[in-house]
Design a protein around this ligand. Structure first.
Ligand code: COA
Length: 244
């Protein structure tokens, strides 16, 4: 795929890699980035060759410094903003993809930067990563699913403290709160994300995507329903293998 201006998409040996690519603006999420992510996520979802994806930020300073403040509240009206969101539900699309995503985060991880990472399945952070949700300070609330995905990841109290106080977390604090899986020296961040992707990719792709579905969809169910889901997915996987 080509023609992107604010992201880079690469694909090699079954591993996709999306780079948020506005380093001069700390990879702030703007309308163009929304449109390009929508396009690339749709392509990844439909592409049988891609089995695992890495998401990272370009430049030295940031994974993503949140929504682009120069476009802040520039939609002509709330109705138009809501319609645009309905037509291009990037986050709904992101969360609907059964393939595993690894976020490799360095530097500033703010606002929609955290929310994008929360759409991923495994989050790696370099030691210099800093996490914050500036939204309430700007008079808004998270708009990329964060008010739902953050408490589901770190729990209600920690999510509310982070959101309401606006206090930033160090990578170590983010690790202790289970916002990130691991903290890694900066120079090892990408190699480690790639090693992890290669390891996941070495497994049966259908089993991997079914395991992700069992966990992610199961989290929204009670235990009995979750066990039923696991049995159904497991059965489907076995019968699929038998008929292949
Ligand atoms: N939207 C648009 N541009 C942004 C941006 C954002 N969210 N965050 C940073 N930038 C731009 C800056 O305007 C600056 O551009 P310039 O070089 O043309 O002046 C460039 O990125 C570098 O940022 P700078 O502020 O100089 O870096 P810093 O290291 O001094 O500070 C931050 C980094 C992240 C603390 C600071 O940029 C900041 O507070 N950004 C806003 C974060 C935010 O509120 N995001 C919205 C979340 S809803």
């Amino acid at each position: 795929m080509s023609g992107f201006e604010v992201i880079i998409y690469e694909k090699q040996d079954g591993i996709g890699c999306i780079t948020l690519n506005r380093p001069q603006a700390l990879n702030a999420y703007n309308i163009r980035m929304r449109d390009e992510l929508y396009e690339v996520l749709g392509a990844i979802k439909a592409d049988p060759e891609v089995e695992v994806v890495i998401l990272k930020g370009a430049g030295e300073k940031a994974f993503c410094a949140g929504a682009d403040l120069t476009e802040f509240l520039t939609a002509p009206s709330p109705v138009i903003a809501r319609r645009a969101r309905f037509e291009r539900d990037v986050w709904g699309l992101f969360l609907s993809i059964d393939k595993p995503f690894i976020a490799a985060m360095h530097g500033y991880v703010l606002g929609s930067g955290i929310e994008m990472a929360l759409c991923c399945d495994i989050r790696l952070a370099s030691e210099d990563a800093r996490f914050g949700l500036p939204e309430p300070g700007l008079g808004i609330i998270p708009a990329a699913g964060g008010s739902q995905t953050l408490p589901r990841t770190i729990g209600r109290a920690a999510a509310l403290e982070m959101l309401l106080s606006g206090r930033w977390l160090t990578a170590e604090e983010a690790y202790r709160l289970k916002l990130v899986n691991r903290v890694i020296p900066r120079g090892d961040l990408l190699p480690e994300a790639e090693r992890l992707a290669v390891k996941i990719k070495s497994h049966n792709g259908l089993a991997v995507s079914h395991a992700k579905q069992a966990v992610v969809r199961g989290l929204d169910l009670n235990l009995a329903e979750g066990l039923e889901l696991e049995a159904r997915l497991g059965h489907y996987l076995l019968t699929k293998k038998d008929t292949d």
